[in-house]
Design a protein around this ligand. Sequence first.
Ligand SMILES: [Zn+2]
Length: 242
Amino acid sequence: MKIKKIISLLTTINIYNLPIKKSQSYASNIYSEKYIRDQEEPFRSNSYFGSSDKDYEYKSGNIPILISAPHTVKQLRKNEYKKADIYTGALVKILHQSTGAHIIYKTSTNGDENYTIDETKYRKKVKEIVKKNNIKVVIDLHGMASDKDSDIDIGTGNASNTNLLGQSYILSLVVGSLNNVNYTVNKFFTGGGPKTMSTYCSKKLGVPTLQLEINRKYRSSDSTNFSFIANKLTKMINELVN
Ligand SMILES: [Zn+2]
């Protein structure tokens, strides 16, 4: 118990000392169970309906990559509530710290940003961030169930990577960074439908966009599993920037 507490404290100190600037390449951070849970708390409170009056939260970064997490809380699709992609909220906040990427995520339940053709408040903000910061790649972060035989399913729109807008080398870079990860490409979710964030960002905003679906196995406060995926995604983003 005591040792756990010390490790947790050290991790917390380490995290607060992390530079917001480009992270040290391939550093392996161990995030404590408590730290991960604390990051997820604002989403989990109020049964994942969100507890904020605000529709979304945006945190400005210093690299030309935007990570969007539209399912951090429950969504309303066709008058039915859909489950949140739990721990994508904790993950996106930690990736902001570890990479300096711009991030945007939902803080209240209304509609479904990944199932609409409307230019919602969230999408308008994404548009503004992209324009203002000359964003080169958007990553739309999601979660898939644990029965999927994949750690990360990478969605590029379709087999010809339509959402990468001719820049298929982005997929090669991403795949290259995922050594010892059991990834798949467009196996379960392509992000290619007309109502997705990926389609909005690529077709409407002209930015190559990847949809990443993270297996539930890595989306909990389990320190080992969560840290593993957070470090892999940090490496992926660092390599995209370089
Ligand atoms: Zn989702």
